[in-house]
Design a protein around this ligand. Structure first.
Ligand code: NAD
Ligand code: WQD
Length: 342
């Protein structure tokens, strides 16, 4: 069984990827210091996997600690590197925290991998690198240095660093995955997103409103040049996204040395904020209290993916609809409430 190290494996996207890796026959090993997650995600993973996955509680920017992880684990086929801080607003207030962690942990991981002869890497990037694309849907050839926040620039810089690394040492094989807007949860409602504090993102905030934990949602602007005036995003079910990581690793195996490829991970379909509101209303059977507020600084009006390259090259396509993703997000919110956590 090929062992794969999943940094940030206790987090939202990492935990779902751990499940898909295990069901594809890999042995996922988690490296996560739980700075933005909880150890009890392992309980959900244990139920889904039929065994408790191993977790190394280690800061990925700590090279010596990472080195010990690789020594203990022995043969490792590859690494999926999710570990990063991701709050856009916080990155504006504290950019050094973001560069230190998002770049620092990537540099440390790459160095330790190199030292241990592990050269297959899948990196979490983001559609945020495109800013507001001139043409939609946006494909991977569009300008990718247009992030709107320090967080976004850590992804621009991380991608750049990895491309340079592969040029300098063509023994590497790297995939850069640009996620659009991941939402939803595993259908079992055993794992999902655990936003700490007030959620920044639309769907976790809206499901908390639907559950009565928050009074109402503020729609950030309805005066954009979009059909209903609210912003448009490409919302992708987290399980579809997780499966793309499995495909990426499988594809990297026989790929030529020196491969460094970038893929958009989206559905190709844009949905507005108000469509998400209506979608949730249809699922819960109740009106979702919301008001229209001002635009949120830094928001781009409209972005959705051309995910054709991932389909052609990886043979991967998002299969789940927005309604399925919202239904799973709602089921997860209810499971959290039942566990006594908002
Ligand atoms: P998350 O916060 O749920 O998961 C990240 C995990 O990494 C957490 O469990 C955290 O404890 C861990 N972590 C962070 N820094 C660490 C470090 N130095 N050492 C060890 N563990 C560390 O976030 P997520 O939504 O699962 O995002 C995963 C990745 O995907 C991130 O790189 C993020 O930037 C990227 N991404 C996320 C989204 C999104 O909307 N969720 C979109 C695009 C890209
Ligand atoms: C979606 C839409 C909001 C909350 C962020 C990062 C991006 C990527 C994904 C990591 C927007 C609107 C939201 C609310 C609202 N992450 N909204 N009321 O901003 O597209 O992307 O997460 O890489 O880099 O920027 O996602 O969920 O915050 O917002 O009206 O209370 O919902 O204005 O149009 P976003 P989001």
């Amino acid at each position: 069984m090929s062992k794969v190290i999943v940094t940030g494996g206790a987090g939202y996207l990492g935990s779902h990827t751990v499940v898909e890796l295990a069901s594809a026959g890999y042995e996922p090993v988690l490296v996560d210091d739980l700075r933005n997650s909880e150890a009890r995600v392992l309980d959900g993973l244990a139920t889904l996997l039929g065994r408790r996955p191993r977790l190394h509680e280690v800061d990925c920017a700590d090279r010596a600690a990472l080195d010990r992880v690789f020594e203990r684990e022995g043969a490792v086929a590859g690494v999926v590197h999710f570990a990063a801080d991701k709050a856009v607003g916080e990155s504006v207030a504290d950019p050094l925290k973001y560069y230190a962690n998002n770049i620092g942990s990537l540099v440390a991981m790459a160095q330790v991998m190199q030292a241990h002869g592990v050269r297959h890497l899948v990196f979490s990037s983001s559609c945020t690198v495109y800013g507001q694309p001139a043409r939609l849907p946006v494909d991977e050839t569009a300008p990718d240095n247009n992030a709107m926040s320090p967080y976004g620039f850590t992804k621009v810089a991380g991608e750049r660093m990895l491309r340079d690394m592969v040029v300098g040492d063509p023994a590497w094989r790297v995939v850069l995955l640009r996620y659009f807007n991941p939402i939803g949860a595993h259908q079992s409602a055993l794992i999902g997103e655990l936003p700490l504090g007030v959620p920044n993102n639309l769907v976790p905030f809206a499901t908390q409103v639907a559950a009565g934990l928050r009074e109402r949602l503020t729609v950030h602007g309805d005066d954009y040049g979009t059909p209903d005036g609210s912003c448009i995003r490409d919302y992708i079910h987290v399980v579809d996204l997780a499966r793309a990581h499995v495909r990426a690793l499988q594809w990297l195996g026989p790929a030529p040395a020196g491969t460094c490829e970038t893929f958009n991970l989206g559905t190709g379909r844009g949905s507005s904020v108000l469509e998400v509101v209506r979608g949730l209303e249809a699922i819960t059977g109740r009106p979702l209290p919301h008001i229209i507020g001002p635009r949120r600084p830094g928001d781009v009006p409209e972005v959705y993916a051309d995910a054709g390259k991932a389909a052609r090259v990886l043979g991967w396509k998002a299969e789940r609809t927005l309604q399925e993703a919202l239904a799973d997000a709602w089921r997860w919110q209810q499971a959290l409430a039942a566990r006594g956590r908002d």
